[in-house]
Design a protein around this ligand. Sequence first.
Ligand SMILES: [Zn+2]
Length: 332
Amino acid sequence: MSAPSAVTAKERAAASGQLLAAVDIGGTKIAAGLVDRTGELLYQVSRPTPAQESGSAVLTAVHAAVEHLAADPRWGRVAALGIGSAGPVDTARGTVSPVNIPGWRDFPLVRSMAAHPALAGLPMVLGGDAVAMAAAEHWRGAARGHANALCIVVSTGVGAGLILDGAVYPGPTGNAGHLGHICVDLDGDPCACGSRGCVEGLASGTAIARRALRDGWQPHGSDASAGAVAASARRGDPIALAAFDRAAQALAAGIAATATLVEIDLAVIGGGVAQAGDLLFAPLRRHLARYATLSFTSAIRVVPAALGTDAGLVGAAALAAPRLGATAAPSS
Ligand SMILES: [Zn+2]
């Protein structure tokens, strides 16, 4: 018998039954899971994010979720870890600064994870949550089989990720495809990012509710969320309908611009606001027909995301899947 030697990631992947570990870090929830080579989520744990506590308290919660995973008998088959985090992220530096986790600013997440004994030596890939969602939809969801697609998350903000030439395209720091901060209204309202007229300021759930209230919408009771605006729109409230129409128009302009730049043929829309269904998708398709007019953009389709709450973990795993070797990488 030869002496034991360090096992490389590729050698681990060559063995059968290799698994991916996934961690999904959001402002309200930290989830961790085990995902197989086909993208099936086998097991998951989650716990609340102590978002208002110190940065080290948040890290302790992430480590605790990982320790829970590491206690699973299948942990020994894990060959790589994918981490999806609320942004902004800087994958070049391995840092994150999630807006909803004030204790983490330029937080060295990759280094802090690698220091945990259960993760020592494990290949690790960090990505933003929207890029992870794009990877998930490409692997197992609505963008499967599409070589060029834009996947958008419309919730309290607007995030997005690109699939180009058959693979997720995160860009040098993990922020490529950040549709929410493309300007679609030259003299529009100032945006928190410093620019103005951004897609997010017009199309997010926050923006939909703000616009409806500003235009005189009367919520039933105390719920003034985008979901409540959607409920009013379903009853035919013209102000609520107009708020969704404006959001759809901003998304359509952003999608058309993206299609013109990089020739995507599919836009996948997920996130809480997408739950409004045709209230969003019908005006979105109508506006898109007005903006995506060139021969190479006019055939673009818009579809709802196929993966629900699992998208964060499946996406985090998808980011790390190429580390298993070519056979396990998500492909079109
Ligand atoms: Zn902005």
